[in-house]
Design a protein around this ligand. Structure first.
Ligand SMILES: Nc1ncnc2c1ncn2[C@@H]1O[C@H](COP(=O)(O)OP(=O)(O)O)[C@@H](O)[C@H]1O
Ligand code: SF4
Ligand SMILES: [Mg+2]
Length: 471
């Protein structure tokens, strides 16, 4: 969320000050060939009969100080990706490097410093806070778990954190149910910041909130980034939020990154047909562009099952440009333009990579249709609200955010699940290799080191035979 995030179409957004070395910062996190396959087991013997290809070989990097937005429909593997890079899940294959260090298979001790540096904010501010704990306990848990006494005491530090996120420090002794959704998400943010992290992975941080509140929380994240020099990976199911706050955007489809580009390039010249379809679902609140309505595309049908993804290009069953080669050959993610990587045989806004292959697949002819306005309205509302909120606040210094001093570190990522009464063990083995009886309780794979990844997490998947959809 740096200076580069001006919206060309949102002319009212003032130019922002430079956040200092943002998008060209050094690589903080690097992911290579990252994979997560959740095994599907059946029968008394729990034999593996298949796997959910939740994340299926992705490569990207996150640079210090930038915001990488990650978008894609429900079930395409965004949350799994977030949990892999925060090491709440053990990858099936691939490599995760943080500050140049391979952290893919680190054990508990090796992970401890990383737990301070990498934090996660969860989607659902209702299930991610333990209702039996006061917010003082919740936000102070990281210090307790680590056995660290911040200067001035935990209470003082927690109160400072509460005011940093715009909450009343006097409310230290209140319980989560006494707060609204937006306030609860602020509590979650305060908890994530307690350890003074370098990287914050926010998994749909505002999608459970009202549109007006969404904008405030996005704005808070943005302010905090400027104040604290944070690096973000922000996950969202459409572009309405990330378009305003990201420096670069990765578009995911069925466990793959299909396009990864600088924000402005992605908006001006999207190259992957799926990106174009996603963008069509976020109309631009600009009357001059009304005429472009006819170009909006609504994808038909659901995302295919990640248990048996389509051959070749996974998008070929829904793509209006699909030809034979799309069905047979997987397109590699190539940098077709500086700052823009795309995996497509027939990209938009660029020369065709397979010009000889011109016969459309039958599926292509029915792949999309024009979007009715009502489908677009909600997304437009969010988009406009976030744009309006992010812009003015940038112009004036945020009142509620004060720079955080280096907070002593603790060792937690998430508050215990709603009905967990015990504090999660700090030393819980972070690598849950043993695949749980996946058929019965796939969510159990969320490993203990998650330090209490809430089982009630909104996107806890259903049985793998029928992968859950979020909505
Ligand atoms: N622990 C798990 N066990 C089995 N399948 C899972 C598990 N977690 C996620 N999945 C499946 O992996 C796919 C990707 O899920 P997820 O990463 O939550 O997607 P998103 O966040 O993009 O909606 C989905 O099909 C989901 O059902
Ligand atoms: S044109 Fe082909 S390769 Fe490109 S997105 Fe469509 S199906 Fe995939
Ligand atoms: Mg998710």
């Amino acid at each position: 969320m740096s200076d580069v995030k001006r919206d060309d179409e949102a002319a009212t957004i003032p130019a922002q000050n430079t956040g200092g070395g943002r998008a060209d910062g050094e690589v903080l996190l690097k992911v290579t060939g990252l994979q997560k396959h959740f095994p599907i087991k059946k029968g008394l013997l729990q034999r593996q009969v298949g796997a959910v290809h939740a994340v299926d070989g992705i490569d990207f990097e996150v640079r210090a100080g930038e915001t990488l937005g990650v978008v894609g429909e429900s079930g395409c593997g965004k949350s799994t990706m977030g949990r892999l890079i925060t090491r709440l899940l053990e990858p099936t294959a691939g490599k995760v490097e943080f500050e140049g260090k391979d952290i893919t298979h680190l054990g508990v001790a090796g992970m401890r410093p990383l737990r301070r540096d990498v934090q996660m904010i969860f989607q659902d501010p209702y299930s991610s806070l333990n209702p039996r704990h006061t917010i003082g306990t919740i936000v102070g848990a990281p210090f307790k778990l680590q056995g660290v006494e911040p200067e001035g005491g935990i209470k003082k530090e927690v109160q400072r954190l509460l005011s940093v996120v715009g909450l009343n420090p006097e409310h230290y002794n209140r319980y989560p149910h006494e707060f609204s959704g937006g306030q609860r998400q602020r509590i979650g943010i305060a908890r994530a910041l307690a350890l003074n992290p370098k990287l914050v992975v926010a998994d749909e941080p505002v999608s459970a909130l009202d549109v007006s509140i969404q904008a405030q929380v996005v704005n808070l994240l943005d302010d905090l980034q400027q104040e604290l020099g944070l690096t973000y990976v922000i996950i969202a199911h459409d572009l309405s939020v990330v378009r305003h706050v990201s420096d670069r955007i990765a578009v995911m489809y069925l466990g793959k990154i299909v396009e990864l580009a600088d924000r402005d390039l992605l908006y001006k010249t999207p190259m992957h047909p799926y990106t174009k379809a996603l963008m069509s679902a976020v109309p631009i609140p600009d009357p001059r562009r009304k005429a472009e309505k006819s170009e909006r595309i609504l994808l038909k049908g659901d995302v295919p099952s990640p248990i048996a993804p389509p051959s070749g290009c996974r998008f070929h069953t829904r793509c209006w440009k699909a030809t034979e080669i799309c069905r047979t050959t997987e397109p590699p993610l190539l940098e077709l333009r500086p700052g823009q990587r795309v995996a497509c045989h027939h990209p938009e806004n660029f020369e065709d990579q397979q010009p000889q292959d011109t016969v459309l697949l039958t599926a292509a002819k029915e792949a999309s249709e024009l979007v009715p306005d009502e489908v677009l309205a909600e997304s437009a509302e969010t988009s406009a609200a976030v744009a309006a909120e992010v812009a003015p606040a940038k112009a004036s210094a945020p009142a509620e955010a004060t720079p955080a001093d280096a907070a002593p570190a603790a060792d937690t990522t998430a508050e215990p699940a709603a009905d967990t009464t015990v504090e999660p063990a700090v030393d819980a083995e972070p690598v849950a290799k043993a695949d749980p009886a996946a058929a019965a309780a796939p969510a159990a794979e969320a490993d203990p080191a998650v330090e209490a990844e809430a089982p009630a997490a909104p996107d806890a998947p259903a049985a793998p035979e029928a992968p859950a959809k979020e909505k």
